[in-house]
Design a protein around this ligand. Structure first.
Ligand code: G3P
Ligand code: CA
Length: 238
């Protein structure tokens, strides 16, 4: 089965990383919700992509210097608030899994604590572009599946070794911008080579129908997208 991973929720249709976007994603067929996490000043994992509020809310300032209550005063689009991680867990419980991308350097331990307290350890993948963050997650809680995100610039590097070095379960290839046709960079032989090392394969966020059509034919474990309805249709036809 290929996971239909809603990238920041159904972000093509709703304000990214909001409860509204996650609810819509489930309605449109997502089986996993991708979200980004930073830590608030008072230690809560909060769901926002940037370290600063200004791009996605009507506020300004760094997430790390504001309390959760202060962050929640701002509008994240269409009247939505920036959610705490626990709110997304409760929205998803029994309906979808979560793919938690650690953005803030101090997020590993608070995210593990939140997942433990919520009894949600077996319903997530936790990943990052910073391999030492999922490494810490795996050290703290070996039951949590983890991933290492690989930038397009690093596609020639030995990213399999990077993932193995931190005991990750998946490589997540983020190659959406490195070619007009990124699926051509990912050959079946390359996927087989990754799998030989016991690693799963997750793919970048893709919304172009022609590219999605190619990706669903590959032996991968999940594809990120802002258009989970489109991906859902293609997975059903495939
Ligand atoms: O494709 C995964 C993606 O979430 C990584 O990049 O910038 O959307 O967090 P970004
Ligand atoms: Ca992300």
């Amino acid at each position: 089965m290929i996971h239909n991973i809603a990238h920041r929720g159904a972000s093509a249709y709703e304000p990214e990383n909001t409860l509204r976007a996650f609810e819509r994603a489930i309605e449109l067929g997502a089986t996993m919700l991708e979200l980004d996490v930073h830590l608030s000043q008072d230690g809560h994992p909060v769901v926002i992509h940037d370290a600063d509020l200004s791009r996605t809310t009507d506020g300004i300032g760094r997430v790390a210097v504001l309390s959760l209550a202060q962050i929640k005063r701002f509008d994240a689009g269409l009247g939505e608030q920036v959610p705490a991680l626990i709110e997304v867990i409760e929205l998803a419980r029994g309906r979808a899994q979560l793919y938690i991308e650690l953005k803030g350097q101090d997020t590993s331990e608070p995210v593990v604590k939140t997942l433990r307290e919520a009894a949600f350890l077996d319903q997530v993948v936790v990943g990052s572009f910073f391999p030492w963050l999922p490494q810490k997650v795996k050290f703290l809680e070996p039951a949590i599946l983890t991933s290492v995100l690989i930038r397009g610039e690093d596609r020639q590097a030995d990213f399999i070794a990077w993932a193995l070095a931190v005991e990750a379960d998946y490589v997540h290839l983020c190659w959406e911008n490195v070619s007009p046709t990124p699926h051509k960079l990912l050959t079946p032989a390359m996927i087989a080579g990754i799998r030989q090392h016991g690693l799963g394969v997750l793919l970048w966020h893709e919304e172009r129908p022609a590219e999605l059509h190619e990706l669903v034919q590959l032996d991968v474990d999940g594809i990120c997208t802002g258009t989970p309805d489109l991906l859902s249709d293609m997975l059903q036809k495939n």
